[in-house]
Ligand binder design. Sequence first.
Ligand SMILES: Cc1cc2nc3c(=O)[nH]c(=O)nc-3n(C[C@H](O)[C@H](O)[C@H](O)COP(=O)(O)OP(=O)(O)OC[C@H]3O[C@@H](n4cnc5c(N)ncnc54)[C@H](O)[C@@H]3O)c2cc1C
Length: 405
Amino acid sequence: MISDLVIIGGGASGFMGAITAINSGLRSVVILEGTSKVLEKVRISGGGRCNLTNACWDISDLVNNYPRGEKQLIGLFNRFSTTEAFKWFQEKGLNLKVEKDGRIFPCSDSSEDVIKCLTDLAKKSGVKVVTNSHVKNISITNRGFNLLVKGKEHFEAKNILICTGGHPSGRRLAKSLGHSIIHPVPSLFSFSTSQKSLNSCSGITLDVQIKLIVNNKKYVGTGPILITHKGFSGPVILRLSAFSARSLYSNKYNGQLIINWLCLGENEVRSKLDLFKKENGKKFLFNNKPFRTLPRSLWNALLLSVKIDSNLKWADLTKRDKEIILKCLTNNSYLINSRGPFGEEFVTAGGVSLKEINFKTMESRICKGLFFAGEVLDIDGITGGFNFQHCWTSGWVAGNSVVLK
Ligand SMILES: Cc1cc2nc3c(=O)[nH]c(=O)nc-3n(C[C@H](O)[C@H](O)[C@H](O)COP(=O)(O)OP(=O)(O)OC[C@H]3O[C@@H](n4cnc5c(N)ncnc54)[C@H](O)[C@@H]3O)c2cc1C
């Protein structure tokens, strides 16, 4: 029997595509999942809580969270954005909550409830889910497509939707059907440095301004940084890693990171140092810091890194040393020499070239009846629920478009 739609990949975008398509009128929708379990990434996401979208409701702000796909997502979000995703899940009985930083989670704090919501809906709507069905090959027939499944029979489909995430097999299948692939590289990682001066500060988090220079290209960011035992992580670093993912990859993960630990201008910091010196001349530099936001151990590590004598009193601070400290606080430079471990989230930058997709429908411009959704495309977001949001959106648009054909 030939199915109206076969979806390759039982992840977030595959389930959204399947549920939308069948509820919009398609009669036979099948999900072929290569492994023994569907929605495995949803299960492990957000530390087991699943950060499924973000309370960034304004589309022009929302697209700024996507280093790749920003332009194409404008049209897609105009049809199904964070507002619609929030409503969609709530209406399907999954209660959601918005955290202070805008991230949205199920009220239960359990990704299992997201899985239950999606699998129950798929079952109730009549979507057929077949696990352990890794699609190895797709050929075009006069009726549509023939899919060869490892160790199993062939599946026939009038339309197919590729939702294979960052898995290389999906890119291979797309390539075999004529699509160009933008070389995949990792996104959302921490930075490592061989400079050891902040080793004692591992675990500290604070708001900073940073600048990353890779091959003369400059990337800037403001927000929380986490000092790790190997370098730097935290939201501001992960965001920068996403925007600089390609440059860093081609430069073998070498770059210069410049940190302003105080988020203040040089003149303001200089005045604060001068005033503190005037009022605290008899006190030791190491025990007495002029900046409330700077943790003591970091202040001391920074002073040591520029070779300030640990017995120095404020009154004895020379103009030259004051300028050295000033530079260290506002323009502190580190050579990044490798990619550190991934944070909680990891996505692939790269995938099926966006030029070959019709973003009104998510259909291929090259092969009629072939659709794409989710991470298999050259679209990715920063942490905060933006990656799932683009899966819900592209899955929903693709699911609706197959029906309208
Ligand atoms: C640890 C971790 C935590 C994350 N946390 C979050 C978070 O909290 N919020 C957020 O927004 N994003 C998060 N992400 C990113 C998010 O999980 C992905 O962007 C998202 O899952 C991509 O969905 P997808 O449907 O495109 O692909 P996937 O979820 O990867 O699903 C693809 C499916 O296709 C199957 N498949 C692949 N090839 C074949 C084939 N040839 N035949 C059959 N099946 C195949 C795979 O087995 C898989 O089940 C996280 C990622 C990781 C790794």
